[in-house]
Each structure stands twice: as C-alpha cells, then as structure tokens.
Ligand binder design. Structure first.
Ligand SMILES: Nc1nc2c(c(=O)[nH]1)N[C@H]1C(S)=C(S)[C@@H](COP(=O)(O)OP(=O)(O)OC[C@H]3O[C@@H](n4cnc5c(=O)[nH]c(N)nc54)[C@H](O)[C@@H]3O)O[C@H]1N2
Ligand SMILES: Nc1nc2c(c(=O)[nH]1)N[C@H]1C(S)=C(S)[C@@H](COP(=O)(O)OP(=O)(O)OC[C@H]3O[C@@H](n4cnc5c(=O)[nH]c(N)nc54)[C@H](O)[C@@H]3O)O[C@H]1N2
Ligand SMILES: [Mo]
Length: 772
C-alpha cells in the first residue's frame, strides 16, 4: 500500500508536527510562566549529557554522542517545573487550610512552587505546620514501630535514583515487609510479566545502536511525540535511511505523523518535515491482539504456501526450532482464526493488515515499540505476548536491529525494579540481602498497587510511605480511595511539590521536601552523584547542576537513610550515616548484591551512553520456565470481559496524557498536539458516534461506568470534541477520568489497571439525564 494511503489524509487537519517552532514556543512559555532564572539555558545544556544530569521526564536512552540540545519540549518543561522560582514556604501554609487547598486544581497546587521545609499536619488548625527534620524523623520512626509491618506500604513513583531505591527497598525489608508497590504496577507491569514469560527478561532488548541496524519498526499504543520525544531523533535517522514505521493507534496522534526537528535549521526554516509513520492503522481500543493475530495469520499462511511449493520459507525455521517452544499450538490457533472476527475486533480491514504483514515479511530486523495502549488493558499481558509471537515468527529477538521495545515511563522506573523494588519475593535478591546485611528478609509476597488499595478499602492498611507520586490521583476509583486514604494512621510524603495526596492526609501526615536531581547535592563527603537505568537497559550517572530550591530541603538518599535509622534503630546492621554521607558506598553495596550488572559500578556509571545491564535474551539465552522463548496462544481476541456486548450504547474510554502534563503534574490545561486549549475536561469522539448519540461539539456530558458492583462511578462536565477515532471508542484525560476506572478492572496476570478500556455510558447531556 502506498505511504499516502495510510498516512497523509485530506482530512488530516492537524497543523501540529512534533518538535518545530511550536515546541520552542511552548518551552519558552513554560520558562516565563515559571519565572525560571536565565541561567536555565546553561542547565539545559547539561541535560542528558555524560557529565550532567539525567532528565526527570521520560526514561528514553541517553546517547553516548549527545546532540548539543539533548532535551525535548517535554523534558525542558519538566526541568522548568522543577527549577521554578516559586516557593511554597511554611508561611504559605499559615495562610491556607488543608480544606481550602483541597478545592484547588492539581495544576494550581504544584504551580505554587517548590516545597521548602518539612511539614506536619496539625488537626487543631487544619493546617500543615513547620516541623524540624529531627522531630519528623523521630516521630515517623516511633509511629512505624507501632504498626504491623504487613500493614504498611512503601510506594515508589519511579523518579528516585538507583541508590535511593536500593536503600528504600532494604529499609522496607529490614522493617519487615515486601509491600513495595510502585508506579510500574500501573504502567509496564504487563511487560515485566509478559516479557519474562516469553523471553526470560522483564524488560526490552533493544539498544540505541539497534536503530542503525533495523529495517522496520512497529509502534503500538505509544505516543512518542508527547511522551518520549527524544526518541524522535533515532526514529528520524532511521526514516532517513528509508526504514518504514507502522503505527497502530486508535487516535491519529500528530506526534506520530510527522516531526520537525527543532535542532535542524532546515526543518525549522521551511515547512519540511519527516513523515514518522509510513502506515497508520487506527485499531480499535483493545483490538491489538486481533490485529497482531491478523498479521501472524498472513505470515503463517504465506509460509504454508511457500513450504508446499518448495519456495524459500517465510518463517525463520531455524530460530523457531532451536530457540522456541509452543510454535505448533500457536500456528494451529492462528490458522483456525476467522477473518471476520479479526476484522470485527481490531476494527481494521484485512487489506490494512496485509499491508503491514507485507512489510514485516520483507524486513530482516524488526523492532516493536509499544506503550500504555498495549499494557493498560484487561488483556495487557496477552497483548505483550502477542507482540512477542509476531517477532518470534521471523527470529526478531536477540539479533541486531530487532526486538521488543517497551517504552518506559518515569525516568528510573525500570531501574528501581532492577535494584529490588518489587512486591514479588522471587524477583528480589533476598538471599543476597540476607547474607550481605545479616538479617532475615520477609519471604511472603507483598502488595502491589491494586492489592494495597484493596486492602486499604478493607481497612487493612495503617500507613503509606510515598517516595514521590500522587496516588489518590493516579490510582483507579478515586472516589472510593480518597475516604479510605483519610483513614490511614500515617502518611509520609517525600516530594518536591504539593499535590492532592498530601492534602487527603492520614491521621498523622508529613510532607518531607526533597531535592530534585537537577540540583546540586552536597553531603559530608562532598558533591554527590546518583544513577538511573533508561528504557534500553543502560545505566547512567547523573550530577545536579542547579542551586537547591531550599537550604531546608534534603536529598532523597538522606531522607530514606534517616527514616530507616529512626525506624530500625539497633535492629539494622547498616551504617545509614555513612551511606547518606557518601552515595558511592551505596553503589558498592549494589554491586555486591548484583555483580553481573553492577560490577565496578562507581567507575562505569560515567561511561558515555551508559553501561548496559545484563540481558541474556539479547544473546538468545532464555531464562524462561522452558529455557526457550515461548510462544503463547491468546485466551481471547482481546475483548474485554467487563465490556458488555449487550449494552448497545456502551463506549470504550481510554485515558491519556497531553503534552502539558507529566502524569498527575499538570503544567497547563493545553494539549498542543491535539489542538486543545485551556480545558482538560474533554472527551474525544468521532462524528459517527456524535450523530448516533445526538451530540454537538462542546456539549457537556456525564459519563457513568458500566459496572454492577453497587458503586456509582461518574464524571460530569466533559466537553465533546470531534476527533478522528474509531467508532465506539472515546478518549479523555488521565487523571481527570480516574474516578471512572474501577479498581478491579485490571490485567489479570499483572494487575495493571485497564486505563485504556473503561466501559462507560453517557448518562447526562448538558445537565439533562439521558435514557441509556
Ligand atoms: N510529556 C510527558 N511524558 C511522559 C509522561 C507524561 O505524562 N507526560 N508520562 C510518562 C509515563 S509514566 C509513561 S508510562 C509514558 C506513557 O507514554 P504512552 O505509553 O505513550 O502513554 P499514553 O499517553 O497513556 O498513551 C498511549 C497511546 O496509546 C494509544 N492507545 C490507547 N489505547 C490503545 C489501544 O488499545 N491500542 C493501541 N494500539 N493504542 C492505544 C493512545 O491513543 C495513545 O497514543 O510516558 C512517560 N512520559
Ligand atoms: N487513568 C489512568 N491512570 C493512570 C495512568 C493512565 O494512563 N491512565 N497511568 C499510570 C502510570 S503509567 C503511572 S507511571 C502512574 C503515575 O502515578 P504517580 O507515581 O502516583 O504520579 P506522578 O504524577 O508521577 O507523581 C507526581 C508527584 O511526584 C512528586 N515528585 C516529582 N518529582 C519528584 C522527585 O524528584 N522526587 C520525589 N520524591 N517526588 C517527586 C511531586 O510531588 C509530584 O506531585 O499513574 C498511573 N495512572
Ligand atoms: Mo508510567
């Protein structure tokens, strides 16, 4: 199929390519708004540089040979958000009660600036009041000692360094629990489970160098222009070599269509741009397993015919025989699958899948990039396994230029798992920790995010420690969660900025302001550095370059060390003071626990481009149950068990990000790429559905979740925005739509909430009830 058939359409009315002048304007606007001092430009020059700091936005790889401006619009906004000149001092809290602040918008809370001093909630005045660090640590330690450790959860949001994360998990385990829920539980846990089963490692296998060797890329459910824009550089290079990119996404995302490189004077001066996607398939939400099945069917059929005719085989027979199990069962399932079902569930005509399969069969090295559109479904793990099935057919794992490429979110979310933040005891180095630190770690499974909140609803959680994050906003079922969160005995928030989770506090609540890693961190042994792992499994050092937001903010490693010391006391053999004074000592311990990856950590962390973690699947060594790469037969075509076919008016809601937010941090109410200004209470809907539901542009609707568990889940005041999106599928923003997402609507094997397929009905239009 010609490029233009699938990509550039007459009705593609979006003037927004990613990058370009719009991008520069957006960054400048953010700087002015944040009153960021002029030295900001020198800070940006050090972003993602071997001797500088790792950006606090996404986790995309940092090249060994960086561009002069190795940052993007999103990264620059995230940096501006941290380096803002605005401050939230204790005086601010004297002026505002917590009840009053609860009425503030998420944007306004964080926009009021960086937290500067430790605070404790004071019930008598309903205000956060200033407290000394020592008093805070002592009180928190004393409180924690009174709880059953199994009733305490230690959340980690994914931004904290490897050093902090390692200390944090050790603290939790010495305290007596594996309750280490993390943001990955809401994000790429479907990857961690699915890839582990399929290829024996829970992370992607591609590295930056593979972009130079690939000859085809897939993009499934990842919005690169908004969420990992620096990845556009290697994509653009690959496109210049003529590498096709085939995208599967319900929305025509401008950031996946074309790219103007702000670092290329030619593209900035002329309307020239690089086309990103050479084929763009608007799969139905949740239809990826079906679409992948269709492609596999064409490939296997072609191979069956080739074999019958004695022609060269289409499958990589040698790879399948030597390296995989389960092929026959999978192939038989695929041969039996019906085209009408594939077309119905994927929403794509067979011809489109044939066009994608034709490219796939021509290519020798294929990468599959993917994001939340794959993982945040009831069938999230199955989706990941289907992607692997497709790659296996032609040996596209463990060879240059090929492999699965989950594009991770938070800048160190992958790394925190690498150093032990997990509720699953089998993934943690418990024996090594026991030997190294002379204690008996808990062996039973801890709680992940969904389990923590289920337990909280049952009154079985006493305290939550938050290393970053904004859980009452980011988890499902906000209207049920908030009252349960208020019943906690203790909430401790290590944070850079105030957010709603700090306001919906427990009986006792602390806010402990921390440094951002963009800031200079000086401890007793001198200036400190930290490290992170990027999306491609490479580990980098990071050194702060800006003045700290406040003399009374503390580094994350220091805060964790002090919490551990004050909680564990003589129970702990660790000299937490030495660690907080010199993070190099923490890295030595990480290297002892994980010698395969972290040997000589302190030196190697400054390797340009980072040093790679140990990834057996890259060498075609499969640490799976069978010792081989495993095909798997999907359970269903991807239909959602919570999506009642019999409700003809039902719609499938996906919740998404704009370019002006980082998760629950809302930089502004605009969504430049999708052409939205000043409003996040928006529902994107196709014209057909608008007609079917009798709606006009700008009508305000109320959505109700289809669920029969006795809870009424509604969000009102959502404005209708006509958009190019498949029929029956609608989109809205995260976190505004989270009250609609039931806690039990998650991927079975990974418990990742199904944030991309919430079954909903329209129950009100412009304030008037509507019959379902
Ligand atoms: N600027 C910015 N950058 C970020 C973040 C941010 O909030 N702002 N968040 C960070 C984090 S934590 C993460 S996890 C990543 C998230 O980055 P992404 O993985 O890109 O996540 P989303 O923005 O949720 O969008 C997912 C994309 O999937 C598509 N989609 C939805 N449902 C389906 C489906 O069923 N099938 C297919 N094929 N596609 C579907 C949507 O249209 C959308 O384009 O970004 C990280 N980077
Ligand atoms: N409906 C729906 N829900 C979703 C998603 C979705 O797509 N749809 N996506 C899910 C995903 S992928 C994720 S990752 C989660 C994210 O969920 P969370 O981890 O809970 O949320 P964040 O918005 O990333 O956290 C923001 C807060 O972190 C703090 N912070 C920022 N920087 C730092 C720092 O350097 N150190 C510390 N200690 N704190 C800091 C600030 O106080 C800020 O307010 O949400 C999930 N929820
Ligand atoms: Mo994420």
């Amino acid at each position: 199929m010609a490029e233009s058939d699938n990509v550039v359409r007459k009705n593609d009315a979006y003037p927004y390519s990613s990058g370009g002048w719009g991008s520069l304007k957006a960054v400048t606007g953010a700087l002015i708004h944040e009153k960021v001092p002029l030295k900001f430009s020198t800070v940006l020059l050090k972003q993602n540089k071997p001797e500088g700091f790792a950006c606090v936005s996404c986790s995309w790889a940092k090249p060994a040979d960086p561009h002069t401006f190795e940052f993007c619009e999103s990264g620059a906004k995230a940096t501006a958000w941290d380096l803002t000149a605005k401050r939230m001092t204790p005086q601010f809290f004297e002026l505002h009660t917590v009840t009053e602040l609860c009425a503030w918008h998420d944007h306004d809370l964080e926009d009021a600036g960086r937290l500067t001093a430790p605070l404790r909630y004071d019930a008598a005045t309903d205000k956060y009041v200033s407290v000394s660090w020592e008093e805070a640590f002592e009180d928190i330690g004393r409180e924690l000692r009174t709880f059953d450790p199994k009733r305490v959860a230690f959340y980690a949001s994914g931004r904290a360094s490897l050093e902090t994360s390692y200390m944090y998990q050790l603290f939790a385990r010495m305290y007596g629990t594996n309750n280490l829920p993390d943001s990955s539980n809401m994000c790429h846990e479907s990857t961690s489970v699915g890839l582990k089963e399929a290829i024996g490692v829970g992370v992607g296998t591609v590295r930056l160098e593979d972009f130079e060797k690939t000859d085809l890329m897939f993009f499934f459910g990842q919005n690169v222009g908004t969420n990992s824009p620096r990845m556009l550089h290697p994509l653009q290079e690959a496109r210049k070599r003529g590498v096709p990119i085939i995208t599967f996404n319900p929305l025509r995302e401008p950031g996946l269509l074309k790219f103007s490189n702000p670092q290329s004077p030619v593209e900035m001066m002329t309307p020239a741009h690089t086309l990103i996607s050479t084929q763009y398939h608007q799969v139905k939400t949740g239809g990826d397993t079906a679409a992948l099945l269709g492609i596999c069917k064409i490939v296997i059929d072609a191979d069956d015919r080739a074999r019958e005719r004695g022609e060269p085989r289409v499958l990589d027979v040698d790879f399948i025989e030597t390296h995989t199990v389960g092929f026959e069962a999978f192939a038989n399932y695929v041969r039996a699958a019906s085209w009408s079902e594939i077309e119905r569930v994927s929403g794509l005509p067979r011809a489109d899948l044939e066009a994608a399969a034709a490219e796939y069969m021509r290519a020798n090295a294929v990468m599959a990039h993917y994001g939340m559109g794959i993982t945040q479904h009831r069938q999230g793990v199955q989706n990941v396994r289907m992607l692997c099935n497709l790659l296996f057919l032609r040996g596209n794992v463990g060879k240059p230029g090929a492999g699965p490429s989950p594009v991770r979110g938070h800048s160190n979310v992958q790394g925190q798992r690498t150093v032990g933040i997990t509720e699953k005891p089998e993934l943690a180095p418990l024996d090594e920790l026991a030997n190294q630190f002379g204690f008996e770690p808990p062996r039973e499974k801890g709680m992940n995010i969904v389990e923590t909140f289920e337990a909280m609803l049952d009154g079985k959680v006493s305290a939550v420690i938050n290393l970053g994050g904004n859980l009452v906003r980011s988890v499902p079922d906000r209207m049920r969660i908030e009252p349960a969160w208020r019943n906690l005995k203790l909430t401790v928030n290590i944070a850079t900025k105030l957010n709603r989770s700090h306001l919906v506090h427990g009986e006792k609540s602390y806010i402990l302001p921390c440094l951002s890693r963009i800031e200079i961190d000086t401890q007793a042994s001198g200036a400190q550095a930290v490290s992170m792992e990027d999306s491609t499994g490479c580990i980098h050092g990071s050194r702060g370059v800006a003045e700290p937001a406040s003399q009374d903010a503390r580094s994350e490693p220091l805060i964790v060390a002090e919490l551990a010391k004050h909680t564990l006391g003589a129970r702990s053999t660790v000299d937490w003071d030495r660690w907080r004074n010199d993070y190099a000592l923490v890295r030595d311990e990480i290297a002892k626990t994980y010698p395969d990856t972290f040997d000589d950590f302190n030196k190697r962390m400054w390797t340009p481009g980072g040093f790679p973690r140990n990834l057996p699947a890259r060498e075609r060594k499969w640490q799976t149950k069978s010792g081989k790469a495993e095909f798997s037969v999907p359970e269903t075509l991807g239909e959602d068990p919570d999506m009642p076919e019999r409700e003809p008016q039902s719609l499938r809601l996906m919740t998404l990000r704009s370019d002006s937010q980082f998760n629950t941090s809302i930089y502004s109410l605009d969504d430049r790429f999708r052409g939205i200004k000043g409003d996040r209470m928006v529902i994107f809907m196709c014209e057909d559905d608008m007609t079917r539901h009798g709606l006009q542009k700008n009508d305000r609707i109320t959505l109700r979740t289809i669920a029969h568990d006795g809870f009424e889940r509604r969000v009102a005041g959502l404005r209708i925005q006509p958009y190019d999106i498949p029929q029956g599928c609608i989109a809205g923003y995260y976190p505004e739509c989270n009250p609609l997402l039931p806690l039990w609507h998650y991927a079975k094997e990974s418990k990742v909430p199904g944030a991309k397929s919430i079954p909903v009905l329209i129950v009100e239009v412009n304030g008037r009830p509507r019959e379902a």
